[in-house]
Design a protein around this ligand. Structure first.
Ligand code: SAM
Length: 605
């Protein structure tokens, strides 16, 4: 869109011009036409507005609607010759055109212009080619409110102006998709701020509010990514299943028989560092495509680069009420940050850069693992390491491996995240399991053994806080918190106020939908140390234990002892369907302290 800035007329003339436009608006006369007519008449009357303003601008109206008015105005229209074409047509067509109404399509507008006075923008408009192929200048007085206050009686019949000024915020890489900002009713004295200042203000606000939102967070990049993803998703020929609603479903809910409901924002006071996040309820963004199928287009509501759809073809259950978050948040007293300064002290390698695999000197992580790396140059978990992790899940008494932020597993995770972001990975689908396990998660493409799938994100709570929660929500279904404090037993006795757990019941990411499978699950959780080298806090990351086919349900072994009746979270009746199902075999098994909260609580007693 070409933006032309015109020379600023005097304030007095601007006000008179505005009044004339308002007077002509009920006749459907555009600002451009008014301007052209005024130019001619001001010449004729030697800049004396009095004759023009008399009798409600009768002279002006007569001049404009006279049969040869347009032709005469052509001669004074030189300042608005922004287009070459259509001028012949302009001469022959009547000037009475329907004024542009709010919400009317302005996509055919050829040019936008702004006229500014010394104090900022006074009015703005579009030079349009509407459906009738007429060239016109639509008047949008952004100071109309102020004018009214000054006692200018705008006619009741005057149609509302469309939003006056549009500012481009971001666009996809080739400019096909744009995010624009419309300024519709600025209060008197409003000045358009610089976009950079606005972006910085939002970034600072959110960095303060959302813990873990590092300095690399860029709102401008986020907006660009939204455009890019919109573009890519719109072009994707292989949308998941034909039941996932298309953009049209959301655009025209009435026609599609669907219903699109308002989202609401809820403050989260209890979460340290967060003040307002979107809460999903059953009332949100749901579209019933048919009575048997319930779908949500994107449960992340844009928080992840990749949309994650949800579909229920089984029963009437709707998306559970929870807040989608993409990075862990700390609840009340669960301190994680205090460990950060210790990263460089211990057996971690925060200074890692480049390719650790080809480095002659092994990094600290490699030293800890005996010079071995946990990943391959293809970005998969090393076979031996993976086997070790699977063994640890089945025999939890074995030692765990930990890796720091910049090292193998974390880097692999980043690689996978990048793939997801670039659209080269298809992501996930939440679906209702037919076996009665509640919601489950499917992968949408084939994954080789050892691939990072996703992180398990939730609220970091202390064991005491979790205990309180469990007491209060005894009937809560479909939850399963995990213990993050991997090394708690090594210190003899770790207080409940210090032991950290991850609870994704109310705040979580897509991993909260992953169901349990005894022994032969297709994923294994691997602790990825990021913030704390003392092993009391790590990130819970999921990796495939074998090749996983597209649309297979993703599962991991929660490490439950189905015979442990003292567990504060009552074990569910397992429907994993595995031949090795522990619940079915009802065999006493040694349960890994590292994952079962109950044992921590029980051991305390
Ligand atoms: C982390 S959630 C998994 C997502 C859950 N299905 C949902 O609908 O939100 C864990 C809960 O899912 C259910 N679940 C997971 N695996 C199961 C299984 N193998 N058999 C029966 N229920 C299962 C249990 O209710 C459990 O408490």
């Amino acid at each position: 869109m070409l933006v032309c800035r015109l020379m600023a007329p005097s304030k007095e003339n601007q006000a008179k011009f505005r009044k004339a436009c308002i007077a002509m608006k009920p006749y459907g006369i555009s600002a451009a036409t008014v301007k052209s007519g005024l130019k001619h008449l001001l010449k004729v009357y030697d800049n004396n507005w009095m004759y023009i303003e008399e009798d409600d601008y009768k002279v002006l109206l007569d001049f404009i609607i006279e049969p040869d008015g347009p032709k005469r105005m052509e001669s004074v229209n030189h300042e608005f010759k922004l287009r070459d074409e259509s001028e012949d047509e302009e001469e022959t067509k009547p000037l009475k055109r329907k004024p542009l109404l709010r919400g009317e399509d302005t996509s055919s507008c050829m040019y936008a212009f702004e006229i500014r006075d010394g104090n900022g923008m006074a009015f703005a408009g579009y030079l349009c080619e509407n459906g009738e192929n007429l060239l016109g200048l639509e008047y949008n007085n952004i100071e109309s409110k102020a004018s009214k206050n000054e006692g200018e009686n705008e006619s009741e019949d005057v149609p509302p102006s469309p939003c006056s000024s549009e500012i481009d915020l971001a666009s996809s890489s080739n400019g096909e998709v744009k995010l624009t900002f419309s300024i519709c009713k600025p209060p008197p004295g409003f000045r358009i701020p610089s976009l950079d200042a606005v972006m910085k203000c939002v970034e600072d606000t959110y960095r303060e509010k959302i813990q873990g939102l590092g300095t690399e967070f860029s709102l401008s990049q986020l907006l660009k990514d939204i455009c890019q993803c919109f573009m890519e998703q719109g072009n994707a020929s292989d949308h998941v299943g034909n039941k996932i609603p298309s953009f049209d479903n959301f655009k025209e809910p009435e026609k599609q028989g669907g219903r699109l409901r308002k989202q609401h924002m809820v403050g989260i006071d209890e979460l340290s560092g967060s003040s307002s996040l979107t809460i999903f309820t059953n009332e949100q963004s749901t579209v019933d495509l048919c009575s048997k199928c319930y779908c949500v287009d994107d449960i992340t509501r844009g928080l992840e680069k990749q949309e994650i759809s949800l579909i229920n073809e089984v029963d009437n259950e709707k998306l559970p009420t929870f807040t989608y978050i993409h990075t862990n948040v700390n609840y009340r007293t669960a301190h994680v940050k205090f460990m950060l300064p210790r990263i460089a002290d211990e057996n971690s390698c925060p200074d890692c850069f480049g390719d650790c695999l080809s480095s002659e000197v092994p990094c600290a992580c490699a030293v800890e693992t005996g010079g071995e790396f946990a990943y391959t140059s293809e970005g998969l978990v090393d076979e031996k390491f993976l086997k070790n992790c699977i063994d640890i899940t089945l025999k939890p008494s074995k030692k765990d491996y930990f890796y720091c932020d910049d090292c193998p597993l974390e880097r692999m995770k980043k690689k996978r995240t990048n793939q997801l972001q670039s659209g080269s990975c298809k992501g996930h689908l939440v679906f209702m399991t037919p076996e009665g396990k509640g919601w489950g998660l499917r992968n949408l493409e084939d994954l080789p053994r050892g691939t990072f799938v996703c992180e398990h994100v939730g609220e970091i709570v202390t064991n005491s806080e979790l205990f309180e929660r469990n007491e209060q929500n005894k009937n809560e279904q479909h939850t399963y918190p995990v213990l993050l404090d991997a090394d708690w037993s090594s210190e003899g006795f770790l207080k409940d106020e210090e032991a950290l757990c991850l609870d994704a019941t109310s705040f979580g990411n897509v991993a909260r939908f992953i169901n349990h499978r005894c022994v032969d699950a297709n994923m294994v959780e691997i602790p990825v140390e990021v913030e704390s080298p003392d092993h009391h806090y790590y990130h819970h990351a999921f990796f495939t234990t074998r090749e996983v086919k597209a649309m297979e349900e993703l599962t991991w072994d929660y490490g439950i002892d189905f015979d442990d009746d003292s567990h504060p979270v009552k074990a569910f009746a397992c429907k994993c369907g595995s031949k090795c199902c522990k619940a079915v075999k009802s065999k006493k098994r040694e349960v890994g302290e590292k994952q079962v909260i109950a044992r921590l609580v029980v051991s305390k007693e």
